[in-house]
Design a protein around this ligand. Structure first.
Ligand SMILES: Cc1cc2nc3c(=O)[nH]c(=O)nc-3n(C[C@H](O)[C@H](O)[C@H](O)COP(=O)(O)OP(=O)(O)OC[C@H]3O[C@@H](n4cnc5c(N)ncnc54)[C@H](O)[C@@H]3O)c2cc1C
Length: 440
């Protein structure tokens, strides 16, 4: 008897879709991987690369006692392809895993194209196919036609909120008489470039910022909700004159060794490519008009003559109402051979998107081979995320990043729970032990 050929369609060759396709192929399942770029683009993607990082180039902390660090550790233990590739193209960024985005995409593409089980099809899918098992990983900027079909299928309202992209400048145009290298509290390599401000300089910067014109929103964007951890800098500034000094421009722990001074405010820049010629402004995602962005950036000490390689922009973000649609396995309740993965599920962020692609790929393979699906427990960060998006019981579901608040509470006395460092170490150890005992 000839074995039945198992085949899956994956929609979207972004972070989640590429990870899911590779997981399926590893388990001997054929994949048709659909990607609409370059034929049709999203407005945020700048290239035709697979698994493109659209904004910052950081996957967050590497420290396993940090929520994002633990998630990456779990993903490594589960055999994530993209996390291994990210590590192989890492750039100096203190404790964080920052990557060269072009090299990353190149390596992902090589792996996909050289995999005989994966058939990459450069085409927009306007509807969820009905005659084949499907993983929808079309991302926060899913094409309109497909979004309409998903909406019709799920029967739930799509929610929109907005993310914004930070500008990138050329390193050689930065004035290092003023700017200095340092990592906060001297942790890891001193790889960030810091532009210091005194009170007067900060006040001037703030004035320009709050008076700067923004790009007018289209009708469907009016009344937009922002994702709290990716707020445009002008929105943060509108909350009060000091909000930025306690947020992305906080100066604590950043001392210029030449002067020994801790400044009134600091703008940090993070390396954006392997050759360290490009740096992005940390936390400076913005929707200001480009002329205003130029004026604002040039008012920052050290960036007076900065060559701006990419301006910030703001974009729509689409996600399904996962609590009504998905199980914690990422399987669709209404149609069992349909899974969702990536940001469209509400697992917000690069690392989280790859993580849900990883789980969806594994679980689709299990589904097709009649194995029990993997439902991760809430002691793990990925389990906590997938339970959060599927079990959420309140009215207004919003996407979520990895964070300690969603994991199962530790059964220890209050004194230990109040010691944040010890508590995070214990939470992290508990999850790693679970993976060691159950998956490895
Ligand atoms: C503007 C913006 C900035 C962001 N910045 C950050 C950040 O700095 N840090 C962070 O951690 N997260 C960020 N995110 C959130 C999120 O981590 C990224 O969007 C991430 O790429 C999501 O991964 P994904 O695989 O779900 O989607 P994507 O990586 O976007 O992949 C989806 C793919 O599907 C394709 N596609 C869409 N519709 C179709 C269709 N109908 N047929 C075929 N192909 C289709 C798209 O072209 C795309 O390649 C940002 C999101 C946006 C929108």
């Amino acid at each position: 008897m000839v074995d039945k050929v198992l085949k899956v369609a994956v929609i979207g060759a972004g972070l989640a879709g590429c990870e899911a396709a590779l997981q399926l192929a590893k388990r001997n399942i054929q994949v048709d991987l659909y990607e609409m770029r370059p034929e049709k683009t999203t407005g945020a993607h700048a290239t035709e690369n697979l698994a493109e990082f659209v904004c910052s180039n950081s996957l967050g902390s590497n420290d396993v006692t940090n929520a994002s660090g633990l998630l990456k550790k779990e993903m490594s233990m589960m055999g994530s392809f993209l996390i291994e590739i990210a590590k192989s193209v890492a750039l100096p960024a203190g404790n964080a895993l920052a990557i060269d985005r072009n090299l990353f995409s190149k390596k992902v593409e090589e792996l996909i194209l050289n995999n005989e089980k994966i058939n990459l099809i450069r085409q927009e899918l306007k509807k969820i196919p009905e005659n084949i098992p499907v993983i929808v990983a079309s991302g926060p900027l899913t094409s309109d036609d497909l979004a309409d079909d998903i909406k019709a299928f799920t029967g739930s309202e799509h929610l929109h909120f907005f993310d914004a992209i930070a500008p990138i400048v050329e390193k050689d145009s930065i004035d290092f008489e003023k700017a200095f290298y340092a990592s906060r509290y001297d942790k890891g390599e001193a790889s960030y470039i810091n532009c210091p401000m005194n009170k007067q300089e900060y006040e001037k910067f703030y004035e320009i910022l709050i008076n700067a014109p923004r790009i007018e929103q289209k009708d469907f964007e009016k009344g937009a909700k922002f994702f709290e951890s990716c707020l445009p800098i002008e929105v943060l500034a509108s909350r009060g004159v000091d909000t930025l000094r306690f947020g992305p421009m906080k100066p604590v722990g950043l001392v210029d060794k030449r002067t020994g001074v801790e400044n009134y405010a600091v703008v940090q820049l993070r390396q954006d490519n392997k050759s360290a010629t490009m740096y992005n402004l940390v936390g400076f995602q913005t929707n200001l008009k480009w002329g205003s962005q130029k004026e604002l950036l040039h008012s920052i000490p050290g960036l007076e003559n900065a060559n701006i390689l990419r301006y910030g922009v703001m974009h729509r973000n689409t996600f399904i109402n996962s609590p009504a649609v998905l199980d914690a396995t990422l399987q669709c309740r209404k149609r069992r051979d349909l899974f969702f993965a990536g940001q469209i599920t509400g697992t917000e962020g690069y690392t989280e998107s790859i993580a849900s692609g990883l789980l969806a790929g594994i679980n689709m393979a299990k589904f097709l081979t009649n194995e029990k699906l993997l439902e991760l427990p809430k002691v793990s960060m990925l389990g906590a995320l997938t339970h959060y998006i599927s079990d959420f019981e309140q009215k207004h579901f919003q996407p979520i990043n990895s964070n300690w608040g969603i994991v199962e509470e530790l059964l220890v006395d209050k004194k230990i729970r109040k010691n944040k460092k010890l508590k995070n170490e214990m939470l992290s150890k508990r999850s790693i032990e679970w993976f060691e005992n159950n998956l490895i």
